[in-house]
Design a protein around this ligand. Structure first.
Ligand code: PNS
Length: 171
């Protein structure tokens, strides 16, 4: 039997999700429509980023609520190498979204590192849908912090949590 035989797609969709946006959900939903199973991996703490606004449990709960209608999607925290997490989850794919050329350089580096450590796990990139190509969690936090309307950019329960968290920071 050929080693390249399709064993079905089990994807890990990793990120900080601080908080989850409609852009993330676009990729997760499109991924769920072509994969047998999607595991959304919420990183506990990223070395490359500042401390998150929401703790891991809060971020997981917000993603879970947003994907509750998708039977083949589950949400897990991780604080190990992404490729180790993917192996633990039985995943053969890392699925990520690309918004613009500016994402490419970072994702290319990540892809090379992950491929070196785990050549058996394929990374797949989906282009963001045009209406979400400008959305980032950090941009959304800044908008809310200064009173902007994020209604079309995040699920309603996330918008509520953002206002609660960021309005308490203003003085
Ligand atoms: O949403 P983000 O912050 O861009 O997601 C970054 C994430 C979670 C994908 C990245 O930080 C990651 O993979 N972290 C786990 C540690 C790891 O495996 N790093 C890459 C190889 S050194």
């Amino acid at each position: 039997m050929s080693e390249t035989q399709n064993k079905g797609l089990v994807a890990v969709c990793p990120g900080s999700y601080d908080p989850v946006t409609n852009g993330h959900l676009d990729i997760i939903r499109r991924g769920a429509s072509i994969c047998d199973r999607v595991v959304v991996g919420v990183v506990n703490a990223s070395l490359r980023k500042m401390a998150p606004l929401f703790n891991a449990d809060e971020r997981i709960e917000m993603v879970q609520q947003a994907v509750a209608d998708l039977d083949n999607v589950e949400v897990r925290a991780f604080d190990i190498l992404l490729v180790e997490f993917a192996r633990e989850m039985g995943a053969n794919v890392i699925l990520k979204g690309l918004r613009a050329i500016s994402d490419f350089e970072y994702e290319f580096e990540m892809h090379q590192l992950n491929r070196k450590m785990a050549p058996e796990i394929e990374s797949i990139y989906m282009m963001a849908s045009p209406m979400y190509s400008f959305i980032s969690s950090s941009g959304i936090k800044e908008m809310v912090r200064f009173g902007g309307d994020v209604t079309d950019l995040v699920p309603p329960h996330v918008a509520v949590r953002l206002v609660e968290a960021l309005s308490s920071q203003s003085s």
